[in-house]
Design a binder for this molecule. Sequence first.
Ligand code: ITT
Length: 202
Amino acid sequence: MLDSTSKRILFHTGNKGKFLEAREYMISKGIKLELLSDYESEIHVIEPQMNNFNEVATSKLRQVLEQIGNKFDDDWMMVEDSGLLIDELGGFPGPYSSYVYSKIGPNGILRLMDGVETRSARYTASISVWDGNKIQSFEGFCEGVIAVEPRGNRGFGYDPIFIPIKGDGRTFSEMTKLEKSRLSHRANALNILSDAILVPSI
Ligand code: ITT
């Protein structure tokens, strides 16, 4: 359990958008999230090509733990593997979301979806945490549809083309961070995580 004297988790990610969202959400839970790369810049994680977010996240975390040795013995470590799954494309880009984003971006996805009527999709986030003894994983989801054109300028990644079902028709990029965090897969996973790791206050 994470107690009030050690409320710090180091997050290994190269994605600033993920980090900023997660940090803001965890502040609301009283947990301090910091970037591992601010303390250790020489971590190199190879993302395994697996079809399972949980396994990818766990593998990324194990690689981090191997590389830091016992340097951060008092700190918890965290990684996230996430992605967008589009039903009409058989779950694509899924675990390949990061690669696909760098190659074709949201506009490339819109081209693949040109004229497609069934636009249902979901975001998934799998977050793995090391507490000094064991690895625990937590998964969050967000159901939505793919917009017909990009809208908004906030958020990151596929946010301009993702409309959450439980929202009001705006894309995530048209929402504030707080609005996105009420609905997002990341906040969903972090909520389960914080419930599981926080020492209940009496
Ligand atoms: P790290 O592995 O270093 O954490 P990454 O960006 O490569 O960073 P992933 O492998 O988990 O992360 O890929 C997730 C991709 O899915 C990410 O690059 C985004 O394009 C997309 N994605 C995930 N969550 C998102 C969100 O909340 N909003 C927009 N796009 C998101």
